[in-house]
Design a protein around this ligand. Structure first.
Ligand code: ATP
Ligand code: MG
Length: 179
């Protein structure tokens, strides 16, 4: 799966609608401390169905809604739109995917996929693959980087294989060799 665009509105520090285009290749996000770099990663996790407020650095899920500042009132909702292309099929084709998650104060989260209302469960299914979900080892939070560096070579290799989505291949290769 390739993430192509991310739109945020009222999500954490992104109070005004903001759009991020992710072109093929390497994308870097730079900025001073507290400008919202980690919030971007959390937005990706959140729209993919993250259900733990703790892993969003909040006490409750509504804490993702812009809380207001001295000069700006709080927002009533937060919304994140993720545009992605699904993994390539054998014939080379891909599908476009648009996932929207919105939370309103007192009303909980609602999801839409390609314009249709869906349940959280349906979104979880889309991202069920270990390599793409909210808990994917491909999404490494700040602080976890130290753990990757400190890991033993075999552990680090396992993390990278998980992230690349090839973790199951060794088992299948062994299996094939024995036949
Ligand atoms: P660093 O370089 O220190 O890691 P960063 O760019 O990763 O910084 P973030 O942690 O993404 O920064 O952003 C933190 C900012 O987001 C803080 O200023 C915090 O006040 C703001 N923030 C977080 N949640 C909300 C919210 N619900 N409403 C308003 N602002 C919020
Ligand atoms: Mg950060």
């Amino acid at each position: 799966m390739r993430i192509r665009r991310l739109k945020l509105s009222g999500f954490k520090s992104f109070v005004e609608p903001a759009e991020l285009r992710i072109e093929p290749g390497l994308t870097g996000v730079v900025g001073p401390n507290g400008c919202g770099k980690s919030n971007l990663l959390e937005a990706i996790r959140w729209v993919m169905g993250e259900s733990s407020p703790k892993s969003m650095r909040g006490g409750g899920m509504e804490d993702v809604i812009f809380a207001g500042t001295a000069g700006r009132p709080p927002r009533a909702f937060a919304e994140v739109v993720l545009h992605a292309e699904t993994a390539q099929r054998d014939d080379g084709t891909r599908d476009d995917l648009e996932v929207v998650r919105r939370i309103e104060r007192g009303a909980g989260s609602a999801y839409r996929v390609n314009g249709r209302d869906v349940r959280a469960k349906d979104v979880a299914l889309i991202f069920a693959d270990a390599a793409t979900g909210a808990h994917s080892p491909a999404l490494v939070s700040q602080g976890r980087i130290a753990a990757v560096i400190a890991a033993k070579p075999a552990e680090r290799r396992a993390m990278l294989e998980e992230a690349a989505g090839i973790a199951g291949l060794h088992v299948r290769r062994k299996d094939a060799e024995q036949k």
